[in-house]
Ligand binder design. Structure first.
Ligand code: GLC
Length: 529
Protein backbone atom coordinates (compact mmCIF):
# COMPACT_ATOMS: atom_id res chain seq x y z
CA UNK A 1 0.00 0.00 0.00
CA UNK A 2 1.23 3.53 -0.75
CA UNK A 3 2.68 6.10 1.64
CA UNK A 4 -0.67 7.78 2.06
CA UNK A 5 -2.08 4.75 3.92
CA UNK A 6 -4.70 5.98 6.36
CA UNK A 7 -5.44 3.23 8.82
CA UNK A 8 -9.15 3.72 9.40
CA UNK A 9 -9.91 4.28 5.74
CA UNK A 10 -7.59 1.79 4.05
CA UNK A 11 -7.15 -0.76 6.82
CA UNK A 12 -9.28 -3.45 8.43
CA UNK A 13 -10.75 -3.04 11.91
CA UNK A 14 -11.21 -6.19 13.99
CA UNK A 15 -13.60 -6.18 16.94
CA UNK A 16 -12.61 -8.13 20.02
CA UNK A 17 -15.09 -8.92 22.74
CA UNK A 18 -12.42 -9.17 25.47
CA UNK A 19 -14.39 -11.48 27.76
CA UNK A 20 -14.28 -14.12 25.09
CA UNK A 21 -10.95 -13.78 23.34
CA UNK A 22 -8.28 -15.45 25.45
CA UNK A 23 -8.07 -16.07 29.20
CA UNK A 24 -4.57 -16.18 30.73
CA UNK A 25 -5.64 -16.48 34.37
CA UNK A 26 -8.10 -19.36 34.41
CA UNK A 27 -10.96 -17.10 35.50
CA UNK A 28 -13.08 -18.20 32.55
CA UNK A 29 -13.06 -14.62 31.26
CA UNK A 30 -10.69 -13.32 28.60
CA UNK A 31 -8.24 -10.58 29.55
CA UNK A 32 -5.84 -7.97 28.19
CA UNK A 33 -2.80 -10.21 28.56
CA UNK A 34 -4.71 -12.73 26.50
CA UNK A 35 -5.00 -10.21 23.70
CA UNK A 36 -1.28 -9.41 24.00
CA UNK A 37 -0.48 -13.12 23.70
CA UNK A 38 -2.56 -13.41 20.55
CA UNK A 39 -1.11 -10.38 18.77
CA UNK A 40 0.99 -12.54 16.45
CA UNK A 41 -2.17 -14.27 15.34
CA UNK A 42 -3.86 -10.92 14.65
CA UNK A 43 -0.80 -9.60 12.87
CA UNK A 44 -0.66 -12.71 10.64
CA UNK A 45 -4.32 -12.33 9.91
CA UNK A 46 -3.46 -8.89 8.56
CA UNK A 47 -5.72 -6.54 10.48
CA UNK A 48 -4.80 -2.89 11.13
CA UNK A 49 -6.76 -1.99 14.24
CA UNK A 50 -8.50 -3.64 17.15
CA UNK A 51 -11.77 -2.30 18.46
CA UNK A 52 -12.07 -3.45 22.06
CA UNK A 53 -15.57 -3.82 23.45
CA UNK A 54 -15.59 -1.97 26.80
CA UNK A 55 -12.82 -2.76 29.26
CA UNK A 56 -13.73 -0.15 31.88
CA UNK A 57 -14.93 -1.28 35.28
CA UNK A 58 -18.48 -2.47 35.09
CA UNK A 59 -20.89 -4.42 37.29
CA UNK A 60 -21.75 -6.27 34.06
CA UNK A 61 -25.49 -5.90 34.06
CA UNK A 62 -24.93 -5.29 30.35
CA UNK A 63 -21.46 -6.84 30.16
CA UNK A 64 -19.31 -3.75 30.01
CA UNK A 65 -21.86 -1.45 28.41
CA UNK A 66 -22.70 -0.21 31.91
CA UNK A 67 -19.54 1.60 32.96
CA UNK A 68 -18.73 2.56 36.54
CA UNK A 69 -15.44 4.37 35.85
CA UNK A 70 -14.40 5.74 32.46
CA UNK A 71 -10.74 6.24 33.30
CA UNK A 72 -9.58 2.86 34.50
CA UNK A 73 -9.43 -0.79 33.51
CA UNK A 74 -11.72 -3.40 34.99
CA UNK A 75 -9.49 -5.64 37.18
CA UNK A 76 -11.10 -8.71 35.66
CA UNK A 77 -9.40 -7.76 32.38
CA UNK A 78 -6.09 -6.73 33.97
CA UNK A 79 -4.39 -3.51 35.02
CA UNK A 80 -3.51 -0.18 33.49
CA UNK A 81 0.03 -1.53 33.08
CA UNK A 82 -1.35 -4.36 30.97
CA UNK A 83 -3.21 -1.81 28.91
CA UNK A 84 -0.08 0.30 28.43
CA UNK A 85 1.75 -2.80 27.35
CA UNK A 86 -1.01 -3.64 24.91
CA UNK A 87 -0.64 -0.19 23.38
CA UNK A 88 3.13 -0.56 23.08
CA UNK A 89 3.03 -4.03 21.62
CA UNK A 90 0.29 -3.24 19.15
CA UNK A 91 2.12 -0.10 18.04
CA UNK A 92 5.19 -2.21 17.32
CA UNK A 93 3.09 -4.41 15.09
CA UNK A 94 1.41 -1.52 13.30
CA UNK A 95 -1.95 -2.23 14.93
CA UNK A 96 -4.05 0.58 16.47
CA UNK A 97 -6.42 0.39 19.42
CA UNK A 98 -10.00 1.64 19.18
CA UNK A 99 -11.77 2.03 22.52
CA UNK A 100 -15.49 1.58 22.97
CA UNK A 101 -16.88 4.64 24.77
CA UNK A 102 -20.29 4.21 26.33
CA UNK A 103 -21.15 7.83 27.03
CA UNK A 104 -24.91 7.94 26.69
CA UNK A 105 -25.33 6.30 30.06
CA UNK A 106 -23.30 5.02 32.97
CA UNK A 107 -23.87 2.15 35.32
CA UNK A 108 -26.10 2.96 38.29
CA UNK A 109 -23.00 1.96 40.31
CA UNK A 110 -20.97 4.83 38.86
CA UNK A 111 -20.05 7.25 41.70
CA UNK A 112 -21.58 10.07 39.66
CA UNK A 113 -24.96 8.40 39.77
CA UNK A 114 -24.57 7.41 43.38
CA UNK A 115 -24.04 11.06 44.19
CA UNK A 116 -26.75 12.21 41.85
CA UNK A 117 -29.34 10.04 43.56
CA UNK A 118 -28.11 10.82 47.09
CA UNK A 119 -30.09 14.05 47.51
CA UNK A 120 -31.87 16.67 45.47
CA UNK A 121 -29.28 19.22 46.56
CA UNK A 122 -26.28 17.20 45.46
CA UNK A 123 -24.14 19.11 42.91
CA UNK A 124 -24.28 16.09 40.59
CA UNK A 125 -28.06 15.93 40.77
CA UNK A 126 -28.38 17.40 37.28
CA UNK A 127 -25.75 15.07 35.81
CA UNK A 128 -28.54 12.60 35.05
CA UNK A 129 -32.08 13.13 33.83
CA UNK A 130 -34.50 13.37 36.73
CA UNK A 131 -38.16 14.33 36.30
CA UNK A 132 -41.36 14.46 38.24
CA UNK A 133 -44.09 12.07 37.19
CA UNK A 134 -47.35 13.26 35.69
CA UNK A 135 -49.18 12.11 38.78
CA UNK A 136 -49.06 9.17 41.16
CA UNK A 137 -47.61 6.16 39.36
CA UNK A 138 -47.51 8.06 36.04
CA UNK A 139 -44.13 8.49 34.41
CA UNK A 140 -42.98 11.89 33.05
CA UNK A 141 -43.79 10.98 29.44
CA UNK A 142 -44.39 7.96 27.20
CA UNK A 143 -40.77 7.17 26.27
CA UNK A 144 -39.92 3.50 26.18
CA UNK A 145 -36.53 1.92 26.63
CA UNK A 146 -34.81 0.35 23.62
CA UNK A 147 -35.03 -2.99 25.37
CA UNK A 148 -38.71 -2.65 26.25
CA UNK A 149 -40.80 -1.18 29.04
CA UNK A 150 -40.87 2.41 30.26
CA UNK A 151 -37.63 4.39 29.97
CA UNK A 152 -38.37 5.91 33.38
CA UNK A 153 -37.52 4.35 36.71
CA UNK A 154 -39.12 5.56 39.91
CA UNK A 155 -36.63 6.30 42.68
CA UNK A 156 -38.45 6.07 45.96
CA UNK A 157 -35.90 8.00 48.03
CA UNK A 158 -35.76 10.89 45.57
CA UNK A 159 -39.47 10.87 44.81
CA UNK A 160 -38.64 11.33 41.12
CA UNK A 161 -38.06 9.30 38.00
CA UNK A 162 -34.73 8.94 36.21
CA UNK A 163 -34.34 8.19 32.52
CA UNK A 164 -32.70 5.03 31.17
CA UNK A 165 -32.86 4.37 27.46
CA UNK A 166 -31.56 0.85 28.14
CA UNK A 167 -31.64 -1.31 31.23
CA UNK A 168 -32.66 0.44 34.46
CA UNK A 169 -29.11 -0.08 35.75
CA UNK A 170 -27.93 2.22 32.94
CA UNK A 171 -29.15 5.74 33.76
CA UNK A 172 -28.77 8.29 30.93
CA UNK A 173 -26.30 11.11 31.42
CA UNK A 174 -27.41 14.68 30.96
CA UNK A 175 -25.23 15.92 28.10
CA UNK A 176 -26.83 19.36 28.43
CA UNK A 177 -25.00 19.90 31.70
CA UNK A 178 -21.67 21.66 30.91
CA UNK A 179 -19.80 19.80 33.65
CA UNK A 180 -20.98 16.47 32.34
CA UNK A 181 -19.90 17.45 28.86
CA UNK A 182 -16.44 18.54 30.03
CA UNK A 183 -15.96 15.33 32.00
CA UNK A 184 -16.99 13.22 29.05
CA UNK A 185 -14.75 15.13 26.66
CA UNK A 186 -11.91 14.54 29.11
CA UNK A 187 -12.48 10.83 28.65
CA UNK A 188 -11.41 11.21 25.03
CA UNK A 189 -8.35 13.24 26.03
CA UNK A 190 -7.35 10.71 28.65
CA UNK A 191 -7.34 7.70 26.32
CA UNK A 192 -5.82 9.64 23.42
CA UNK A 193 -3.03 10.59 25.81
CA UNK A 194 -2.48 6.89 26.46
CA UNK A 195 -1.95 6.21 22.78
CA UNK A 196 -5.42 5.07 21.77
CA UNK A 197 -6.06 5.94 18.13
CA UNK A 198 -9.79 5.68 17.81
CA UNK A 199 -13.16 5.38 19.44
CA UNK A 200 -16.37 3.56 18.80
CA UNK A 201 -19.16 5.64 20.29
CA UNK A 202 -21.93 3.55 21.72
CA UNK A 203 -25.41 4.82 20.68
CA UNK A 204 -24.04 8.35 20.20
CA UNK A 205 -27.23 9.59 18.57
CA UNK A 206 -29.07 9.19 21.87
CA UNK A 207 -26.85 11.67 23.75
CA UNK A 208 -29.40 14.48 23.61
CA UNK A 209 -33.07 14.43 24.51
CA UNK A 210 -35.76 16.98 23.82
CA UNK A 211 -35.55 19.74 26.40
CA UNK A 212 -39.31 19.76 26.89
CA UNK A 213 -39.67 15.99 27.08
CA UNK A 214 -42.51 15.74 24.59
CA UNK A 215 -44.22 12.39 24.17
CA UNK A 216 -43.00 10.33 21.23
CA UNK A 217 -45.45 9.43 18.46
CA UNK A 218 -46.70 5.88 19.08
CA UNK A 219 -46.53 3.20 16.40
CA UNK A 220 -49.09 0.57 17.28
CA UNK A 221 -48.75 -3.05 16.11
CA UNK A 222 -44.95 -3.15 16.25
CA UNK A 223 -43.54 -5.99 18.29
CA UNK A 224 -39.93 -4.85 18.62
CA UNK A 225 -39.60 -2.42 21.55
CA UNK A 226 -37.30 -0.11 19.59
CA UNK A 227 -40.00 0.23 16.94
CA UNK A 228 -43.09 0.73 19.07
CA UNK A 229 -42.66 4.47 18.92
CA UNK A 230 -40.83 6.89 16.69
CA UNK A 231 -37.88 8.15 18.74
CA UNK A 232 -38.69 11.67 17.65
CA UNK A 233 -37.79 13.37 20.90
CA UNK A 234 -35.01 11.24 22.34
CA UNK A 235 -32.84 10.33 19.37
CA UNK A 236 -31.08 12.37 16.68
CA UNK A 237 -31.72 15.72 18.38
CA UNK A 238 -30.26 18.82 16.68
CA UNK A 239 -27.98 19.69 19.64
CA UNK A 240 -25.92 16.60 18.92
CA UNK A 241 -24.19 18.27 15.98
CA UNK A 242 -22.28 20.79 18.10
CA UNK A 243 -21.15 18.10 20.47
CA UNK A 244 -19.87 15.94 17.65
CA UNK A 245 -17.98 18.98 16.35
CA UNK A 246 -16.42 19.42 19.78
CA UNK A 247 -15.40 15.77 19.88
CA UNK A 248 -13.93 16.10 16.41
CA UNK A 249 -11.93 19.14 17.43
CA UNK A 250 -10.30 17.13 20.19
CA UNK A 251 -9.56 14.23 17.85
CA UNK A 252 -8.05 16.54 15.28
CA UNK A 253 -5.38 17.57 17.76
CA UNK A 254 -3.95 14.07 17.51
CA UNK A 255 -2.41 12.50 14.47
CA UNK A 256 -4.85 10.18 12.65
CA UNK A 257 -7.27 9.94 15.59
CA UNK A 258 -10.66 8.63 14.59
CA UNK A 259 -14.20 8.06 15.79
CA UNK A 260 -16.99 5.89 14.48
CA UNK A 261 -20.47 6.17 15.92
CA UNK A 262 -22.89 3.36 16.56
CA UNK A 263 -25.93 4.79 14.81
CA UNK A 264 -29.05 3.68 16.59
CA UNK A 265 -31.75 2.82 14.04
CA UNK A 266 -29.34 3.50 11.21
CA UNK A 267 -30.22 4.13 7.60
CA UNK A 268 -27.87 5.36 4.88
CA UNK A 269 -29.06 8.99 4.93
CA UNK A 270 -29.00 9.26 8.70
CA UNK A 271 -25.60 7.61 9.15
CA UNK A 272 -24.07 9.69 6.34
CA UNK A 273 -25.40 12.86 7.97
CA UNK A 274 -23.19 12.24 11.00
CA UNK A 275 -19.97 11.86 9.00
CA UNK A 276 -17.62 14.42 7.57
CA UNK A 277 -15.94 17.65 8.55
CA UNK A 278 -16.79 18.85 12.06
CA UNK A 279 -18.47 15.53 12.64
CA UNK A 280 -17.50 11.88 13.00
CA UNK A 281 -15.12 10.15 10.62
CA UNK A 282 -17.64 7.38 10.19
CA UNK A 283 -20.98 6.17 11.47
CA UNK A 284 -22.08 2.57 11.30
CA UNK A 285 -24.68 1.46 8.83
CA UNK A 286 -26.17 -1.83 9.99
CA UNK A 287 -28.26 -2.68 6.94
CA UNK A 288 -26.00 -5.58 5.94
CA UNK A 289 -26.84 -7.27 9.23
CA UNK A 290 -30.44 -7.46 8.14
CA UNK A 291 -29.87 -8.60 4.57
CA UNK A 292 -30.98 -12.11 3.72
CA UNK A 293 -28.64 -14.09 1.46
CA UNK A 294 -29.67 -12.23 -1.65
CA UNK A 295 -27.34 -10.49 -4.10
CA UNK A 296 -29.83 -7.78 -4.90
CA UNK A 297 -30.42 -6.85 -1.26
CA UNK A 298 -26.72 -6.37 -0.64
CA UNK A 299 -26.22 -4.41 -3.83
CA UNK A 300 -29.08 -2.05 -3.08
CA UNK A 301 -27.66 -1.35 0.39
CA UNK A 302 -24.23 -0.45 -0.86
CA UNK A 303 -25.64 1.52 -3.74
CA UNK A 304 -27.72 3.67 -1.37
CA UNK A 305 -24.85 3.95 1.09
CA UNK A 306 -22.50 5.16 -1.62
CA UNK A 307 -25.07 7.66 -2.88
CA UNK A 308 -25.78 9.02 0.60
CA UNK A 309 -22.11 9.45 1.44
CA UNK A 310 -21.14 11.05 -1.84
CA UNK A 311 -17.51 11.43 -2.79
CA UNK A 312 -16.01 12.90 0.36
CA UNK A 313 -17.21 10.50 3.03
CA UNK A 314 -16.03 6.95 3.34
CA UNK A 315 -18.29 3.88 3.75
CA UNK A 316 -17.89 1.08 6.28
CA UNK A 317 -19.24 -2.45 6.18
CA UNK A 318 -19.98 -4.92 8.89
CA UNK A 319 -21.36 -8.46 8.83
CA UNK A 320 -21.10 -9.15 12.55
CA UNK A 321 -20.86 -7.58 15.95
CA UNK A 322 -21.59 -8.42 19.58
CA UNK A 323 -25.29 -7.60 19.23
CA UNK A 324 -26.39 -9.81 16.34
CA UNK A 325 -26.63 -13.45 15.40
CA UNK A 326 -23.36 -14.53 13.78
CA UNK A 327 -23.25 -14.30 9.97
CA UNK A 328 -22.01 -17.90 9.86
CA UNK A 329 -25.38 -18.95 11.26
CA UNK A 330 -27.37 -16.43 9.26
CA UNK A 331 -25.79 -17.47 5.97
CA UNK A 332 -23.77 -20.65 6.41
CA UNK A 333 -25.38 -23.97 5.65
CA UNK A 334 -24.61 -26.50 8.32
CA UNK A 335 -20.86 -26.60 8.73
CA UNK A 336 -20.23 -25.65 5.11
CA UNK A 337 -18.32 -22.37 4.73
CA UNK A 338 -18.68 -21.71 1.00
CA UNK A 339 -21.13 -18.89 1.41
CA UNK A 340 -18.98 -17.34 4.09
CA UNK A 341 -16.17 -17.12 1.58
CA UNK A 342 -18.46 -15.23 -0.77
CA UNK A 343 -19.51 -12.94 2.09
CA UNK A 344 -15.92 -12.27 3.10
CA UNK A 345 -14.93 -11.51 -0.48
CA UNK A 346 -17.73 -8.94 -0.56
CA UNK A 347 -16.73 -7.40 2.77
CA UNK A 348 -13.08 -7.10 1.76
CA UNK A 349 -13.53 -5.84 -1.80
CA UNK A 350 -16.29 -3.26 -1.47
CA UNK A 351 -15.17 0.36 -1.31
CA UNK A 352 -15.10 1.10 2.40
CA UNK A 353 -13.64 0.08 5.74
CA UNK A 354 -14.31 -3.58 6.56
CA UNK A 355 -15.09 -4.42 10.18
CA UNK A 356 -14.55 -7.99 11.29
CA UNK A 357 -15.70 -9.59 14.52
CA UNK A 358 -13.54 -12.13 16.40
CA UNK A 359 -14.19 -15.66 15.20
CA UNK A 360 -15.78 -14.51 11.94
CA UNK A 361 -12.59 -15.57 10.18
CA UNK A 362 -13.06 -19.19 11.27
CA UNK A 363 -16.81 -19.13 10.69
CA UNK A 364 -17.79 -19.42 14.34
CA UNK A 365 -21.46 -20.29 14.56
CA UNK A 366 -24.05 -18.82 16.90
CA UNK A 367 -24.36 -20.93 20.03
CA UNK A 368 -27.81 -22.07 21.07
CA UNK A 369 -28.20 -21.65 24.80
CA UNK A 370 -30.59 -23.12 27.28
CA UNK A 371 -32.70 -20.74 29.33
CA UNK A 372 -30.52 -21.43 32.36
CA UNK A 373 -27.36 -20.42 30.45
CA UNK A 374 -28.59 -17.01 29.32
CA UNK A 375 -26.76 -14.07 30.87
CA UNK A 376 -27.66 -11.19 28.57
CA UNK A 377 -30.37 -9.05 30.22
CA UNK A 378 -32.18 -8.71 26.92
CA UNK A 379 -32.33 -12.48 26.50
CA UNK A 380 -33.54 -12.92 30.06
CA UNK A 381 -36.28 -10.41 29.46
CA UNK A 382 -37.57 -11.68 26.15
CA UNK A 383 -37.04 -15.43 26.35
CA UNK A 384 -38.31 -17.47 24.49
CA UNK A 385 -39.22 -14.94 21.78
CA UNK A 386 -35.72 -13.55 21.62
CA UNK A 387 -32.86 -15.39 23.23
CA UNK A 388 -30.52 -12.45 23.53
CA UNK A 389 -26.98 -11.87 22.41
CA UNK A 390 -24.93 -14.42 24.35
CA UNK A 391 -24.90 -16.77 21.36
CA UNK A 392 -22.59 -14.49 19.36
CA UNK A 393 -20.32 -13.74 22.34
CA UNK A 394 -19.04 -17.21 23.15
CA UNK A 395 -15.34 -18.03 23.61
CA UNK A 396 -12.96 -17.91 20.68
CA UNK A 397 -12.16 -21.37 19.39
CA UNK A 398 -8.37 -21.60 19.29
CA UNK A 399 -7.59 -25.32 19.22
CA UNK A 400 -8.82 -28.82 20.04
CA UNK A 401 -7.61 -29.03 23.62
CA UNK A 402 -9.75 -28.33 26.66
CA UNK A 403 -12.20 -25.44 26.27
CA UNK A 404 -10.90 -24.84 22.75
CA UNK A 405 -7.72 -23.43 24.27
CA UNK A 406 -9.65 -20.38 25.45
CA UNK A 407 -9.26 -20.97 29.18
CA UNK A 408 -8.11 -23.55 31.67
CA UNK A 409 -11.05 -22.52 33.85
CA UNK A 410 -14.77 -22.79 33.30
CA UNK A 411 -15.61 -20.46 30.37
CA UNK A 412 -18.16 -17.79 31.25
CA UNK A 413 -20.34 -18.91 28.33
CA UNK A 414 -20.49 -22.38 26.77
CA UNK A 415 -18.52 -23.15 23.62
CA UNK A 416 -20.10 -24.14 20.36
CA UNK A 417 -20.20 -27.96 20.16
CA UNK A 418 -18.19 -27.83 16.93
CA UNK A 419 -15.06 -26.43 18.63
CA UNK A 420 -12.97 -29.61 18.34
CA UNK A 421 -13.12 -29.34 14.55
CA UNK A 422 -13.73 -25.64 14.00
CA UNK A 423 -10.81 -23.81 15.49
CA UNK A 424 -7.85 -21.63 14.56
CA UNK A 425 -5.28 -24.40 14.78
CA UNK A 426 -7.14 -26.76 12.45
CA UNK A 427 -7.97 -24.06 9.98
CA UNK A 428 -4.40 -22.79 9.90
CA UNK A 429 -3.30 -26.24 8.71
CA UNK A 430 -6.03 -26.61 6.10
CA UNK A 431 -5.20 -24.72 2.90
CA UNK A 432 -8.88 -24.66 1.89
CA UNK A 433 -10.16 -23.27 5.19
CA UNK A 434 -12.15 -20.11 5.68
CA UNK A 435 -9.33 -18.70 7.80
CA UNK A 436 -6.80 -19.14 5.02
CA UNK A 437 -9.26 -17.67 2.56
CA UNK A 438 -9.57 -14.55 4.72
CA UNK A 439 -5.80 -14.31 5.00
CA UNK A 440 -5.28 -14.64 1.26
CA UNK A 441 -7.94 -12.04 0.57
CA UNK A 442 -6.38 -9.64 3.05
CA UNK A 443 -2.96 -10.09 1.44
CA UNK A 444 -4.57 -9.46 -1.94
CA UNK A 445 -6.27 -6.33 -0.63
CA UNK A 446 -2.96 -5.04 0.64
CA UNK A 447 -1.11 -5.72 -2.55
CA UNK A 448 -3.76 -4.45 -4.97
CA UNK A 449 -4.48 -0.81 -4.19
CA UNK A 450 -7.42 -0.86 -6.57
CA UNK A 451 -9.34 -2.97 -4.04
CA UNK A 452 -8.94 -0.26 -1.42
CA UNK A 453 -8.90 2.98 -3.35
CA UNK A 454 -10.75 2.20 -6.55
CA UNK A 455 -14.00 3.84 -7.52
CA UNK A 456 -16.85 1.37 -7.46
CA UNK A 457 -19.54 0.70 -10.03
CA UNK A 458 -22.18 -2.00 -10.03
CA UNK A 459 -22.14 -4.26 -13.09
CA UNK A 460 -25.74 -4.46 -14.21
CA UNK A 461 -25.81 -7.08 -16.90
CA UNK A 462 -25.62 -10.15 -14.64
CA UNK A 463 -28.11 -12.80 -13.44
CA UNK A 464 -30.19 -11.97 -10.34
CA UNK A 465 -28.19 -14.24 -8.12
CA UNK A 466 -24.89 -12.65 -8.92
CA UNK A 467 -23.50 -9.54 -7.29
CA UNK A 468 -20.92 -7.99 -9.58
CA UNK A 469 -19.01 -4.73 -9.39
CA UNK A 470 -15.97 -3.09 -10.78
CA UNK A 471 -13.28 -1.16 -8.96
CA UNK A 472 -11.08 1.25 -10.91
CA UNK A 473 -7.97 3.06 -9.73
CA UNK A 474 -5.60 4.86 -12.07
CA UNK A 475 -4.93 2.31 -14.81
CA UNK A 476 -5.93 -0.71 -12.75
CA UNK A 477 -9.26 -2.45 -12.83
CA UNK A 478 -10.71 -5.21 -10.67
CA UNK A 479 -13.96 -6.96 -11.38
CA UNK A 480 -15.64 -8.88 -8.62
CA UNK A 481 -18.26 -11.55 -9.32
CA UNK A 482 -20.05 -13.14 -6.38
CA UNK A 483 -22.34 -16.06 -7.07
CA UNK A 484 -25.00 -16.13 -4.36
CA UNK A 485 -26.54 -19.40 -5.44
CA UNK A 486 -25.68 -23.04 -5.57
CA UNK A 487 -26.00 -23.50 -9.27
CA UNK A 488 -23.55 -22.31 -11.92
CA UNK A 489 -24.30 -18.83 -13.30
CA UNK A 490 -23.23 -17.39 -16.64
CA UNK A 491 -21.98 -13.83 -16.90
CA UNK A 492 -20.89 -11.97 -19.98
CA UNK A 493 -17.25 -11.16 -20.30
CA UNK A 494 -15.77 -8.53 -22.56
CA UNK A 495 -12.59 -10.31 -23.48
CA UNK A 496 -9.42 -8.67 -22.24
CA UNK A 497 -6.14 -9.68 -20.74
CA UNK A 498 -6.44 -10.88 -17.18
CA UNK A 499 -3.37 -9.92 -15.20
CA UNK A 500 -4.33 -11.88 -12.17
CA UNK A 501 -7.27 -13.81 -10.83
CA UNK A 502 -8.46 -14.97 -7.44
CA UNK A 503 -11.21 -17.42 -6.62
CA UNK A 504 -12.33 -19.94 -4.03
CA UNK A 505 -13.21 -22.38 -6.81
CA UNK A 506 -10.61 -22.24 -9.60
CA UNK A 507 -6.95 -21.70 -10.34
CA UNK A 508 -7.11 -20.88 -14.06
CA UNK A 509 -8.47 -17.59 -15.36
CA UNK A 510 -8.93 -17.89 -19.14
CA UNK A 511 -12.31 -16.91 -20.52
CA UNK A 512 -13.86 -16.35 -23.91
CA UNK A 513 -17.06 -14.33 -24.05
CA UNK A 514 -18.69 -15.69 -20.96
CA UNK A 515 -17.68 -16.82 -17.52
CA UNK A 516 -19.48 -19.73 -15.99
CA UNK A 517 -19.35 -19.04 -12.27
CA UNK A 518 -19.26 -22.07 -10.04
CA UNK A 519 -21.85 -22.44 -7.27
CA UNK A 520 -20.87 -20.17 -4.34
CA UNK A 521 -17.95 -18.76 -6.24
CA UNK A 522 -16.20 -15.51 -5.39
CA UNK A 523 -14.14 -14.47 -8.40
CA UNK A 524 -11.89 -11.42 -8.64
CA UNK A 525 -10.24 -10.52 -11.94
CA UNK A 526 -7.59 -7.85 -12.32
CA UNK A 527 -6.86 -6.12 -15.60
CA UNK A 528 -5.42 -2.86 -16.73
CA UNK A 529 -6.41 -0.21 -19.28
C1 GLC B 1 -25.11 -0.65 22.19
C2 GLC B 1 -24.23 -1.86 22.43
C3 GLC B 1 -25.04 -2.89 23.16
C4 GLC B 1 -25.49 -2.32 24.47
C5 GLC B 1 -26.23 -1.01 24.27
C6 GLC B 1 -26.38 -0.27 25.53
O1 GLC B 1 -26.13 -0.94 21.34
O2 GLC B 1 -23.72 -2.31 21.21
O3 GLC B 1 -24.31 -4.06 23.35
O4 GLC B 1 -26.33 -3.23 25.12
O5 GLC B 1 -25.55 -0.14 23.40
O6 GLC B 1 -25.15 0.28 25.93
Amino acid sequence: MGDDFLWWRDGIIYQIYPRSFYDTTGSGIGDLRGIIEKLDYLHDLGIDAIWLSPINPSPDRDFGYDVSDYLSIDPKFGSMDDFDELIQQTERKGIRIVMDLVLNHTSDQHPWFQESRSSRENPKRDWYIWRDGKGIGRSPNNWISIIGGSAWEWDEAMGQYYLHMYYKGQPDLNWRNPEVRENLLDVFRFWLGKGVKGFRLDVFNLYFKDEEFHDNPVRPFHLRPDQQQALKFNCDQPELKDTLAEIRKILDQYNDAYAIGETLLSNPGKAAGYCGENALHQAFLFDFLECPWNAHRFSSVFDQWEKSLGRDRWPNYVLNNHDVKRSASRYGQGEDDDRLKVASAMLLTLRGTPFMYYGEEIGMREVTLKRSQILDPVGLRFWPFYKGRDGCRTPMQWNSIENAGFSIGQPWLPLHPDWRERNVENQTKDPGSLLNFYKELIVLRRSEEVLVKGEIRLLQDVPNNVLAYERVYLTKKARIYLNFCQTPQEVNFAKEEILKGFSNKRKEFHFQNTISLFPDEALILFSSD
